[in-house]
Design a protein around this ligand. Structure first.
Ligand SMILES: NC(=O)c1ccc[n+]([C@@H]2O[C@H](COP(=O)([O-])OP(=O)(O)OC[C@H]3O[C@@H](n4cnc5c(N)ncnc54)[C@H](OP(=O)(O)O)[C@@H]3O)[C@@H](O)[C@H]2O)c1
Length: 398
């Protein structure tokens, strides 16, 4: 039994708080802290109304290391779950180092001024976490997160050698808006408008944004156009999956989303640099975020399913093998359980499970880790137990 501090009361923070409250034998004391206290209060009331007990709520500016340090000293958590924005990763890690507390997040550090997705600055803290006997678990969402665990499971139990991995992320949900993003709009649009990149034969190959398109048949959803993107789990998987020849990441987008995005880009609304507006400096993408629907508000209107998984090819006992490991998640079921849509749900559940693995000592280590560095099986079992059951298909080899 341990105390946990969750930072960030957005779409994902809501799911993490609800799921931790469902597992009280592990998370006996829960504190949810964020910039806007009213969001924490709403989630607290939902949890009480569900009969899951009470949680503490606090206001914090997570960019301020001293403020986070003071909060950690007040709450005495065994682990801090960071589900604020990627911009806060380094400040929260620093506060954990200063107070001697373990750390977990779901997205790699990004500097607000550059749309670069790299683990370097977080990996650079490995020595300091190691020296202090602390653990940081990076990317414990779905992708990154569960996708890394699926690859680790394949490496540990299904294959002798893995040669090809395609990670495939489909959201076939319909929220009825012509344009909205399913998680933080600023982070989502920065990711989608960045150049694509995949890894083949030891080299990174860059592609123009959304220029590589394939059709893929997603179980329980059907065929969908899927676009090659760079995604952060590729960076750690190329280091940790041995014998790999190629790894790529694809995500589906509907025509309406892509048309709106193209127009917004063409008129400069997705820019992340400051522009002068009526005597003030504004960042167009941040302004756009204030106009778009709050992702946390999409849950009640979203119908349909997500399917995220990995198609993995390699050798087993001298023969070629190809498997597809995936999870299907239903938006409406998520809403009924935790008042969120499936994109937040599929991120928040693995964050809770990652923290549970750490607190139960099932995943332990000193330093900074990615998900595929630990035994996959206990995490895969926990996914089945906590609302994200996975399935596996044997496919014909190419
Ligand atoms: N790995 C995955 O599969 C995956 C998938 C989706 C999302 N994610 C990640 O999950 C995280 C949360 O996403 P989301 O959709 O929940 O975003 P969101 O709805 O925008 O929520 C972010 C929350 O963080 C709070 N926050 C922002 N800056 C803060 C600060 N300086 N101090 C304290 N709190 C702060 C926000 O407060 P306000 O309400 O006051 O703005 C908001 O409540 C992001 O890092 C995202 O990249 C990961």
């Amino acid at each position: 039994m341990a105390a946990v501090l969750i930072i960030g009361a957005g779409g994902v923070g809501r799911v993490v708080a609800h799921k931790c409250a469902q597992v009280r034998d592990v998370f006996s004391d829960i504190c949810l802290a964020s910039r806007t206290i009213s969001k924490c209060e709403t989630i607290r009331q939902e949890i009480i109304d569900k009969g899951l007990g009470d949680i503490k709520v606090r206001v914090v500016d997570a960019d301020d290391v001293q403020a986070v340090t003071a909060l950690i000293r007040e709450v005495h958590p065994a682990v801090v779950i960071n589900v604020a924005l990627p911009y806060q990763d380094l400040a929260i890690m620093e506060a954990c180092l200063q107070t001697g507390v373990d750390y977990l997040d779901t997205a790699n550090y990004e500097h607000p001024d550059t749309a670069e997705f790299e683990y370097n600055e977080q990996w650079a803290l490995d020595d300091r976490f190691r020296e202090k006997g602390l653990m940081a678990l990076l990317g414990s969402g779905f992708d990154p997160g569960v996708t890394n665990v699926f690859c680790a499971y394949a490496q540990q139990e299904l294959f002798d050698e893995i040669h090809y991995i395609d990670i495939l992320d489909c959201n076939a949900g319909d929220h009825g808006y012509p344009f909205a993003t399913n998680f933080n709009p600023e982070i989502n649009i920065r990711e989608v408008t960045a150049k694509g990149r995949y890894w083949e034969q030891g080299q990174w190959i860059e592609t123009d944004p959304l220029s590589v398109r394939i059709m893929h048949d997603y179980p329980e959803i059907g065929e969908r156009a899927s676009y090659l993107l760079y995604h952060e789990e590729l960076e750690s998987l190329v280091k940790n999956i041995k014998g790999l020849k190629r790894i790529r990441f694809f995500m589906t987008f509907g025509e309406s989303y892509l048309t709106h995005l193209r127009v917004l880009q063409n008129v400069g609304m997705t820019r992340i640099d400051e522009v002068e507006f009526q005597g003030c400096k504004i960042v167009p993408l941040q302004f756009l975020k204030t106009l778009l629907p709050d992702p946390a508000s999409l849950g009640s209107r979203t119908k349909g399913k997500t399917n995220i998984g990995c198609v993995i090819q390699g050798l087993k006992d001298g023969s070629r093998r190809k498997v597809y490991i995936y999870n299907v998640c239903d938006h409406e079921s998520c809403w009924q359980e935790v008042f969120s849509q499936a994109v937040s749900y599929t991120t928040g559940v693995p964050a809770m499970i990652g923290a549970k693995m750490m607190l139960q000592g099932i995943w332990r280590g000193r330093g900074v880790f990615n998900m595929e560095q630990f035994p996959a099986r206990p995490f895969m079992d926990a996914l089945n137990m906590h609302g994200l059951p996975w399935q596996m298909l044997e496919l014909d080899c190419d």
